[in-house]
Design a protein around this ligand. Structure first.
Ligand SMILES: C[S@@+](CC[C@H](N)C(=O)[O-])C[C@H]1O[C@@H](n2cnc3c(N)ncnc32)[C@H](O)[C@@H]1O
Length: 229
């Protein structure tokens, strides 16, 4: 996202209707190049949110709009599930820190029995509902801070691009390990972030994921799919 002294853009009250209006006004339907099957409300150069800096969004109480981009982790997980539907077919799936919910939507399109998506950001949750609707899949949206409570029962947990900062990594790694200890299979997709755990991961796939210089420092990010072990 571009930084600098850009004009403020209108932001929503925390209620759902305003969040939906914000998403409608600030994104456009599009898709990640690796996952053309899934339509998402995305920031693009033609949308105001692309041009807003994190500083002026923060001044209005808006978190960085992670949900308005499909990150390499989510895109790689979605590609993996769409190409290997047996991974999710008939399963109870949770996408944690879902952002746009690209991975959750891929799970739904691939035959999961139940799909839930959790994100701490209220705008993300509104985007998840809208994106699920755009793709005709049912995704239950979980509110609040899911990492503040023990992991729910699930067959499969998807974690795309969650090791992007130290604080988040320190919270989510033990949570994912508790989920695995409780019987869930946990798939992590990571594009080389600094706080990826150094052990306890089995490589099960890898993609060269197209990205942009606005989001990352390169145009392609090798993104690895791991199974927690
Ligand atoms: C880099 S984005 C990844 C989004 C998505 N998984 C993807 O790969 O496109 C990280 C996401 O984690 C969410 N997040 C941060 N802390 C969280 C928490 N405690 N519980 C749930 N989600 C959280 C953010 O709101 C953001 O949507």
């Amino acid at each position: 996202m571009a930084n600098g002294n850009r004009p403020l853009i209108p932001v929503p009250d925390p209620d759902r209707g305003a969040a939906e209006a914000f998403i409608a006004a600030n994104t456009a339907p599009g898709h990640h190049p690796l996952v053309p099957e899934i339509r998402l409300c995305l920031a693009s150069a033609i949308t105001p949110i692309w041009h807003a800096s994190e500083e002026n969004l923060a001044a209005q109480g808006v978190e960085p709009p992670f949900w308005a981009f499909a990150w390499p982790g989510g895109a790689a997980l979605a590609r993996f599930l769409l190409d290997r539907p047996e991974t999710v077919r008939a399963k109870d799936v949770l996408d944690i820190a879902a952002g746009s919910a690209i991975a959750a939507i891929a799970a739904g399109l691939s035959g999961a029995a139940r799909v839930r998506a959790a994100d701490i950001d209220a705008l993300a949750r509104a985007a998840i509902a809208r994106n699920a609707g755009l793709n005709g899949v049912s995704v239950e949206v979980i509110a609040g801070d899911p990492l503040a409570v023990p992991p729910p029962t699930a067959d499969l947990i998807l974690a795309g691009d969650v090791f992007y900062d130290r604080k988040m990594a320190a919270r989510i790694e033990p949570w994912l390990r508790a989920a695995q200890a409780g019987g869930a299979e946990v798939l992590v997709a990571d594009p080389g972030r600094a706080y990826l755990p150094k052990s306890g991961l089995q490589v099960i796939g890898s993609y060269a994921v197209p990205t942009t210089l606005d989001l990352e420092d390169r145009e392609v990010r090798k993104t690895v799919i791991y199974r927690l072990r």
